[in-house]
Write a protein that binds this ligand. Structure first.
Ligand code: Z5A
Length: 211
């Protein structure tokens, strides 16, 4: 029987360097001959990408928090069933740019929504499926925002204030505390050092999973 693939997610607040470091992780996996796909949330299928656009677009109309939460999980249901689960079942690893930890961080922490509600949607949409490893890139909020805001146009989330992102960061850090499948990386270090740390984590995971 084919061994199920491993599910790795990469998380963090604004400007932590996810895009930059995902490229490093993809190269590492290729060099180490891991069969994997790389995808992202919200998104990962044509319909889920349309939901992503709806979620990120700045708009005049106030966005209802429950509508936002349901759209995040609607995109996730589609992505899981069309892309993530089939890949894992074939033994392919899945590297995903954000997943449900982002919902706990942004909707739970940032928007201060009830985490029990998030947990019930998580069970509905995912059943028992959870990431095998979560790589959490962490930087102080001001450092991340300064990096992100150098990029130009801000999406609907990036327009939130510092207090929002402090709550997002706090929620991520709380989830990581004492949980062996979270790997916290100090992303305020030089990019070279961040990537040395990432390489060590990937090596340890690959050895641990015996693949
Ligand atoms: N969202 C949600 O609310 N609920 C959910 O469940 C999910 C998502 C799944 C889209 O995310 C939004 O969706 C997100 C939460 C919400 N909020 N926002 N915004 P996204 O992942 O697509 O967007 P993002 O957070 O802006 O990610 P990003 O594009 O990967 O950005 P980044 O982390 O800032 O990465 P970067 O572009 O690689 O780095 C930024 C700059 O910093 C760049 O110039 C780098 O060269 C520089 N950098 C990176 N690392 C370093 C170091 N170590 N030193 C110095 N400079 C560095």
């Amino acid at each position: 029987m084919t061994q199920r693939g491993k599910f790795i997610t990469v998380e963090g607040t604004e400007g932590v360097g996810k895009t930059t470091n995902l490229e490093f992780i993809r190269n590492w996996l290729q060099q180490h001959k891991v069969d994997f796909i790389s995808t992202r949330e919200p998104g990962g299928t044509p319909m889920a990408e349309q939901l992503r656009e709806l979620l990120l677009q700045p708009r005049q109309e106030p966005v209802d928090q429950t509508a936002e939460l349901l759209m995040v999980f609607a995109a996730r249901a589609q992505h899981l069933n069309q892309v993530i689960k089939p890949a894992l079942e074939q033994g392919t690893w899945v590297l995903c740019d954000r997943f449900t930890d982002a919902t706990y961080a942004y909707q739970g922490g940032g928007r201060q929504m009830d985490t029990a509600l998030i947990a019930s949607l998580e069970s509905l949409v995912q059943g028992e499926l959870r990431p095998d490893a979560v790589i959490l890139l962490d930087v102080p909020v001001e450092v991340g925002l300064a990096r992100a805001r150098d990029r130009g146009d801000l999406d609907r989330f990036e327009q939130e204030d510092v207090a929002f992102f402090e709550r997002v960061r706090g929620a991520y850090r709380n989830r990581a505390q004492g949980n062996a499948h979270y790997h916290l990386v100090d992303a305020s270090q030089s990019l070279e050092q961040v990537q040395t740390d990432l390489g060590a984590i990937l090596k340890q995971l690959k050895e641990h999973w015996g693949s």
